[in-house]
Design a protein around this ligand. Structure first.
Ligand SMILES: [Fe+2]
Length: 397
């Protein structure tokens, strides 16, 4: 026997452990399976030990429950074979300790024929199997092998699950990176669209970026989700993209537009919508482009929507757009202050603007708008809804 618990008194085994030709007795890591045999009768321990060692198993022995627990603390086992009725403690208590601490470690109960009901009860408490004394050596060997196969199957299943979880984690990370790259390429596409409009209508250079930053700040202050803010930001950035379809003589006309020209100019909302709605990642933003000139009281265009019929992103954008328009130079007038913009926006609350958006807007200090404006003026980086969203200070309370 490879070891012997002190005081048990079992004789040393005359047989050296060796795996048989079928590989029986070795675990999947090619070490002999380690079995703890617990019995208070020395001759039973010895018979079991000799039989199992001949099969190539690494057998350790204990004469009582306490010795068994000590052995279990010192070594890792693949199987426990325990007598049910022992002088010092009983096998059921040991079973419950083992099952509670190492649920994957199978326990086979060994008992006399008159303990059959106890043996069956032990199975309900987590024992893998039981052996009735007296038993044939072949029966002992086949029961042990079955229990070890069961343990191996449990371990393989556990390992498989762990591997699977690792694979899922790795794939999720790959997907996240791919989405990030895709998101970046979306932003590059948006930038190209913005550049194209700037070439045609350079008067409002910087306006799209500023109005996008203001819209994001307002949307955050209103408690809108980051995913929805991303859509709204794209709509804000591209709000005038439909002007690409407006003839230059109208778009660049220095004076006031006549009614016919105004009518053509107003088509930019629908033209922008038609351009974007077929692009999957911009289809939701297209709704904001379509309704960015609507007024809260229904006096806007193109559909004279009113109140909450207008998408919330467009209602927020309307305030941000006016804020930037008033505080930016135009060829025919100088920029006015943020306080002047506040007054104008408050004056139009309930007519042009949604009063709930205006209420939130008024709680935001001018410093934030100044900060965003100077940040964008000095910005050489490409447009990114992600970067802008992350640079906005937290919402005011
Ligand atoms: Fe517009």
């Amino acid at each position: 026997m490879s070891s012997n618990i002190a005081g048990v008194g079992a004789p040393p085994s005359p047989v050296k452990p060796r795996p048989d030709a079928s590989g029986r007795g070795t675990s999947r890591h090619q070490r002999p399976a380690r079995i703890l045999v617990v019995d208070d009768e020395a001759h039973v321990r010895s018979m079991i030990g000799v039989t199992l060692e001949r099969q190539g198993y690494d057998v350790q022995m204990a004469g009582c429950g306490r010795e068994a627990l000590e052995a279990l603390e010192r070594n890792a086992f693949d199987l426990v074979l325990t007598d049910i009725v022992m002088q010092d403690g009983n096998g059921i208590a040991l079973l419950e300790r083992v099952h509670g601490q190492q649920p994957q470690l199978p326990v086979v109960m060994v008992t006399a024929i008159h303990d059959i009901s106890v043996a069956i009860d032990s199975m309900r408490r987590g024992a893998y199997d039981y052996l009735l004394k007296p038993f044939e050596r072949e029966h002992l060997v086949s029961t042990v092998q079955r229990a070890l196969d069961h343990r191996q199957a449990l371990q393989e299943s556990h390992n498989y699950q762990q591997n699977l979880e690792q694979v899922v984690r790795a794939r999720t990370e790959m997907l996240r990176q791919a989405m990030e790259e895709l998101e970046h390429s979306y932003d590059v596409t948006l930038e190209a669209l913005g550049d194209a409009l700037d070439l045609k209508d350079s008067e409002t250079e910087g306006h799209s970026k500023r109005v996008t930053a203001y819209t994001i700040a307002l949307a955050r202050a209103m408690g809108i989700s980051p995913a929805e803010i991303k859509v709204i930001a794209r709509g804000a950035f591209l709000h005038d993209i439909g002007k690409m379809a407006i003839p230059d003589e109208i778009l660049r006309k220095p004076g006031t537009l006549n009614p016919d020209e105004q009518e053509v100019m107003r088509e930019h909302c629908t033209r922008g919508y038609q351009m974007l709605r077929k692009i999957p990642f911009l289809s939701e933003a297209a709704e904001i482009v379509y309704s960015h000139q609507e007024h809260y009281d229904g006096s806007g265009y193109p559909s004279a929507l009113r109140g909450r019929e207008i998408p919330v992103g467009s209602r927020i954008f309307a305030v941000a757009d006016t804020l930037d328009a008033i505080t930016s130079d135009r060829p025919y007038r100088r920029a006015r202050s943020f306080d002047a913009a506040r007054e104008e926006i408050l004056r139009c609350s309930g007519t042009q603007f949604d009063p709930s958006v205006v209420e939130i807007f008024l709680k935001i200090p001018n410093e934030l708008w100044h900060e965003l404006r100077s940040e964008i003026t000095g910005q050489n980086t490409r447009f990114s809804t992600f970067d802008i969203a992350s640079s906005i200070p937290p919402r005011p309370h």
